[in-house]
Write a protein that binds this ligand. Structure first.
Ligand SMILES: Nc1nc2c(ncn2[C@@H]2O[C@@H]3COP(=O)(O)O[C@H]4[C@@H](O)[C@H](n5cnc6c(=O)[nH]c(N)nc65)O[C@@H]4COP(=O)(O)O[C@H]3[C@H]2O)c(=O)[nH]1
Length: 780
């Protein structure tokens, strides 16, 4: 609690501490001043009272002296007494003096004769000192302090005239404690009075005063200045006034010391002091209480703001009450508006972070979060969760042919439809043309096949856009937890493998994940790693298949065909590894090697023999193909016109403009371009119009069925006619029979390639073949 109160990091505590310190300092200063003033005034008052008491003492002293002097005078004038003194009638003298002592209350009375004889003294031990008074009496001193019997006594005398001076009546009153107390009682203030006499050694003594020793030095000093001053004794400090007393000749100096102990003198002041301290303390407590309340009320809006800011920082909702119309109220109002803006912005950011901007569907991050959540729930309930990846088939061509805005609209519509048709499922867009559908598979759930079919149909619905009719087929890959994976990552991976398989099967198919797909994927991964090794360890070799020129009746060119001597698997066909090399992008490096090697080999051949090299669409898509071709030509010294690049129509999927630009770029190097596998895949006669190919290679499938399939001859003839019209050469691939050759020759095919002439052969065999051909043409 104390620690909490003294938390100086809090503005409230600091403010309160500052004000309390300021008020406390002010109050302390005020109290100290008040105390000092009160003390000063009390001390002055006491001084004045002491001085006044001194005056009262003077008056009392005089009154006592006058009273005793009057009484002594009465006795001295009494006829009988004078006669007794004159006659020396001791008994009468003693009787009269005793009577007088009783009446006046004095302890000592005697008569000193003019001759110095002392009569009537009832204390013989005082006789000598009494006789010693004679000188003073004779000198006319009738009053004073003398030392009688070891203590100071006030002596008053009156002359006895009969009628001549016959002596003096002398009274001596004690100046002891009792007498002093009598005097003290007459004072208005409780002072201590004492008579001190000065001894021969200079010290002031009062046998009855226990502090006499400590006071001697003080009296010595004070006897001259006679003002009230402080004196300190072992019993404490007192205010003191020293008044010299009249002494009779021969008697030691005497003073009256009036003391007023400070603790008594300032008792009133101490009460005042206590009152001041108490009221100061009460005031301070009030100030502490009021300051804490005030600090709390001043800092409350700031504290509320601070707490609200902390809530805001923690991502929670925060607002503060707006009270009044001051700066803090305006700050609170601004804070509330800021918090609302932030919340709104956060909502928007969260929406953007978890939703796809194009379709408004949940995005990949949202999907992953949802899937993890669903998997947890499903695991708890013993249910399954299916993940379907839906990928639009050949969506690229929509983009390429109809433009990106149409492509975007298609994606939006497909997303909308799938989401609407599969309302019980969670539909998200993974990116590009890929959507994902998550469905909890309860016992009474829809069979997955039906669900997948519905999803495919929803995607494939007819869309009419800007005058175009688009029907977009979709392939679907499906994985189901927990059998196909217990976590989002493996489920997604397996659904992806299933999708890959569905794509392989053709358009608009769906495929469930099965372990075999995993092993296929593993196989692909292994092949990728082996391909890298093959590149670095020189496991590749080029084979060459001759293309026989029907007009010149000789080998016009060779097609370079890649061979892989796998250390364990032996010779691996390019049909097996080229797709993987393309998928992984390794084809770029492999293709560059083929180009270098093919050009290097061809450079050694006769000048009329060209070399044809296959170029993958992946090589086409990556930058740097021109440079690779140039380097291969430069390194081998081969004439660019002797190099023919065989491309397939798949490169046009990149977009017609881009592809023709690239083809023109290659052509500008001086190399020839041949269109391979013509008649398969995406064949479109418009491609032939877009670029002036040097050659069209008619796909083997047409040649194989040339003589058996009705219409095959017509197709081949149409192709050769078209090519001729466009100024392009034609090569028929896969010619295995003489009848096929005869038919092709009939239709004006420029060249033929196939096992009828030669299978692909290695570089040494090529040299032999060329040498044989050269020899036979020389012989002819
Ligand atoms: N049944 C039959 N087949 C014949 C006949 N004449 C030739 N062939 C085969 O047909 C393929 C012709 O190559 P392609 O159509 O470009 O098809 C090639 C080509 O697309 C690809 N390929 C080969 N080498 C390379 C290369 O260096 N780069 C790239 N990108 N692809 C290559 O691999 C494919 C297959 O190559 P290969 O297995 O060498 O198969 C070769 C060849 O051996 C015949 O009379 N009957």
């Amino acid at each position: 609690m104390v620690v909490r109160l003294l938390n100086f990091r809090k503005l409230r505590t600091r403010l309160a501490a500052l004000y309390i310190a300021l008020f406390a300092a002010a109050m302390l200063g005020m109290s100290l001043t008040l105390l000092a003033v009160a003390e000063r005034s009390s001390t002055d008052q006491v001084r004045r009272e002491l001085a006044a008491s001194g005056t009262v003492f003077d008056r009392l002293w005089s009154q006592r002296a006058a009273q005793l002097g009057g009484a002594a005078g009465l006795v001295a004038r009494d006829f009988g007494f004078r006669a007794a003194v004159a006659t020396g009638d001791k008994a009468t003298i003693v009787s009269a003096l005793d009577n007088l002592k009783r009446r006046m209350g004095v302890p000592v009375a005697f008569v000193v004769g003019v001759d110095g004889r002392v009569t009537g003294l009832d204390r013989p031990q005082l006789a000598e000192q009494a006789a010693g008074l004679w000188n003073a009496l004779d000198g006319g001193q009738m009053s004073g302090v003398v030392d009688l019997g070891g203590s100071a006594r006030h002596v008053i005398a009156a002359p006895i005239m009969a009628p001549q001076l016959t002596g003096w009546v002398v009274f001596a009153t004690d100046l002891d404690m009792k007498e002093m107390q009598g005097l003290q009682r007459l004072s208005a203030i409780p002072i201590q009075a004492a008579v001190f006499q000065r001894r021969a050694d200079g010290r002031w003594v009062d046998p009855s005063d226990s502090e006499a020793g400590a006071l001697s030095g003080f009296i010595d000093r004070a006897v001259t200045d006679r003002s009230v001053s402080d004196v300190t004794t072992p019993n404490g400090t007192a205010l003191a006034l020293v008044k010299p007393l009249p002494v009779m000749t021969g008697a030691p100096q005497a003073v009256l010391l009036l003391r007023y102990p400070l603790d008594k003198a300032l008792a009133g002041y101490h009460r005042l002091q206590l009152a001041i301290l108490l009221s100061g303390l009460v005031g301070l407590l009030c100030i502490v209480w009021a300051t804490i309340r005030m600090a709390r009320s001043i800092t409350r809006p700031v504290t509320l703001l601070d707490a609200a800011a902390a809530r805001l920082a923690a991502g929670l909702e925060a607002s503060v009450p707006v009270e009044g119309n001051d700066e803090l109220a305006r700050l609170a109002d601004s804070f509330n508006r800021m918090a609302t803006d932030i919340a709104e912005r956060e909502r928007r950011i969260t929406h953007l972070a978890f939703n796809d901007t194009l379709t408004g569907l949940p995005n990949r991050a949202h999907f992953l979060e949802h899937l993890e959540h669903e998997l947890k729930l499903a695991e708890r309930n013993g249910e399954a969760v299916s993940v379907m990846i839906l990928d639009l088939d050949d969506f690229k061509s929509v983009n390429d042919t109809l433009g990106h805005p149409v492509g975007d609209e298609v994606l939006r519509r497909v997303g909308e439809r799938v989401d609407a048709d599969l309302a019980q499922s969670f539909v998200a867009r993974l990116g590009g043309d890929e959507f994902v559908i998550v469905t909890r598979q309860g016992a009474d759930g829809e069979p997955l096949e039906r669900l997948a079919k519905r999803a495919g149909e929803a995607a494939a619905q007819h869309i009419q856009l800007e005058g175009h009719d688009v029907t977009q087929a979709a392939s679907i890959g499906i994985a189901i937890s927990p059998a196909d994976g217990a976590d989002a990552r493996s489920l997604l991976k397996h659904a992806d493998l299933a999708l890959y398989r569905a794509k392989e099967l053709g358009r608009g198919m769906f495929c469930f994940f099965e372990e075999a797909l995993n092993s296929r994927a593993q196989e692909r991964r292994r092949m990728e790693s082996d391909l890298r090794t093959a590149l670095h360890e020189g496991q590749f070799e080029l084979y060459f298949q001759p293309l026989f020129d029907l007009d010149a009746n000789r080998v016009g060119s060779f097609e370079a065909l890649l061979r892989w001597h796998h250390p364990e698997r032996g010779m691996v066909s390019p049909v097996e590894f080229i797709p993987t090399a393309e998928d992984t992008g390794l084809i770029v490096e492999i293709g560059a090697w083929v180009l270098r090697e093919a050009c290097a080999q061809a450079a050694a051949w006769p000048e009329h023999v060209r070399i044809a090299v296959n170029v993958s669409s992946v090589q086409f898509r990556r930058p740097g193909l021109n440079e690779t071709v140039l380097q291969a030509l430069a390194a081998s010294g081969l004439e660019p016109s002797r190099l023919e690049l065989e491309i397939t129509e798949s490169i046009f999927l990149e977009g017609l403009d881009t592809t023709t630009r690239l083809l023109h770029g290659l052509r500008s190097l001086g190399v020839r371009i041949a269109l391979d596998d013509f008649g398969t895949g995406y064949s479109s006669l418009s491609y032939l119009q877009s670029f002036p190919f040097d050659k069209i290679k008619i796909d083997r499938s047409f040649i194989q069925d040339l003589l058996t399939r009705p219409g095959a001859v017509a197709i081949v003839r149409a192709i050769t006619d078209l090519a001729r019209a466009l100024g392009m050469e034609t090569t028929a691939e896969g010619v295995e029979e003489n009848d096929q050759l005869a038919e092709l020759r009939k239709h004006g095919c420029s060249s033929v390639q196939g096992y009828l002439f030669s299978r692909p052969i290695d570089a040494v065999a090529v040299r032999d073949l060329l040498a044989d051909e050269a020899a036979s043409s020389a012989a002819a």
